[in-house]
Design a binder for this molecule. Structure first.
Ligand SMILES: NC(=O)C1=CN([C@@H]2O[C@H](COP(=O)(O)OP(=O)(O)OC[C@H]3O[C@@H](n4cnc5c(N)ncnc54)[C@H](O)[C@@H]3O)[C@@H](O)[C@H]2O)C=CC1
Ligand SMILES: O=C(CO)COP(=O)(O)O
Length: 317
């Protein structure tokens, strides 16, 4: 894996497209999408962005199997996709770009890769980064997590550009749970704002939500300091405070009692249920996560969820 080596990206949605634009600054990129036409230069999920000449588009996965393969698919699609294409993908360096917990298995993206492709070297790219910012060339810092440190160093170098600054860690569980759980808390933050509860309530949700993220992640084997990094606190702050976030916007609509376009990817909905199940299995109390899961599944209203949170016994911070 040399600097400037070709990169394949599977998934031509907002994030796959944005990464293709950014990584084209350092070498050839092949972008595969299930609906892509060969030669297509504009992506429906990434408006106003034309792919640079270094990006080749294809509808044949075989064309995108380069030394590094980024999997820019939603978390709930990853397992089925990998199983379907395991024969082509196993044995490669596979970098998941998804932020979520698989609802069926309770696994994060790296474990999902390992289950479907046991001979692959799995990693995850996460951290605070809106696709529309990356595609515009705005400065962005990400976290690359891989259990194999030498591979983490190689991937860090291969995926960094002058404006895309990639940090690395071997704490895979911490990095991927930070990215997954911040989406759940962002729905809660959006719902609080949408319901008119105000910025003070949002600050409480961010802070207590961060405590929940850390509790679950540490219980699953993460290092607590990973949660204070880009992939945890960094992404939590971004997603809970910007209408650029789909999870936050979904929460806004939920809180305001308004409809939300079901075609938009909102990772926090499935992940809230998956995280609530993990918490039950671990014997942990994650009240905000449980409230988001209940809200999303129609088991609670915004008013009953708030009442339940406020009625909890007083405790030490
Ligand atoms: N959009 C953003 O700003 C960022 C997104 N991410 C993460 O990237 C992941 C992907 O999100 P986006 O690209 O934004 O979503 P998106 O909704 O824009 O695109 C998803 C793409 O995956 C494709 N897809 C879905 N299921 C598939 C399947 N079974 N087989 C093949 N292709 C399939 C869709 O056709 C679509 O092109 C999510 O986990 C998200 O959290 C991470 C950082 C930033
Ligand atoms: O993960 C993201 C930014 O880091 C994108 O957030 P949304 O999926 O909520 O749009």
């Amino acid at each position: 894996m040399t600097s400037g080596a070709p990169i394949g990206i599977l998934g031509a949605g907002a994030f796959g497209g944005a990464l293709a634009v950014a990584l084209a600054a350092r070498g050839p990129v092949t972008l595969w999408g299930r609906d892509l036409r060969p030669g297509q230069r504009a992506l429906p999920r990434l408006r106003d962005v034309d792919l640079p000449p270094a990006v080749t588009t294809t509808d044949r996965i075989e064309d995108a199997l380069d030394a590094i393969v980024l999997l820019a698919l939603p978390a709930q699609a990853l397992s089925g996709f990998l199983s379907q294409h395991a024969a082509l993908l196993d044995g490669r360096a596979l970098v998941a770009c998804a932020k979520g917990i698989d609802l069926n298995s309770g696994l994060g993206p790296v474990e999902v890769i390992a289950a479907a492709c046991p001979n692959a070297t799995p990693a995850v790219l996460t951290g605070p980064s809106f696709a529309h910012d990356i595609a515009r060339g705005l400065p962005t810092a990400l976290t690359l997590a891989c259990a194999d440190e030498a591979q983490a160093i190689a991937l860090q170098a291969a995926l960094s550009t002058p404006v895309l600054r990639v940090y690395r860690t071997t704490d895979v569980i911490g990095a991927e749970l930070g990215g997954a759980l911040k989406n759940v808390i962002a729905i809660a933050a959006g719902a609080a704002i949408g319901a008119g509860f105000g910025d003070s309530a949002r600050a409480a949700i961010i802070t207590r939500g961060f405590a929940e993220m850390t509790r679950l992640a540490v219980s699953r084997g993460a290092r607590a300091d990973t949660l204070t990094g880009l992939s945890g606190l960094g992404d939590l702050v971004l997603t809970c405070t910007s209408e650029g976030s789909r999870n936050f916007r979904f929460g806004l609509a939920l809180g305001a009692g308004e409809p939300f376009d079901p075609a938009i990817t909102v990772e926090g909905v499935a992940t809230a249920s998956a995280a609530a199940a993990l918490a039950r299995a671990e014997g942990l109390d994650l009240p905000i996560t449980a409230a988001v899961s209940d809200l999303c599944q129609g088991r609670a209203t915004i008013q009953t969820a708030l009442a339940a949170l406020l009625a909890r016994p007083l405790k030490e911070e």
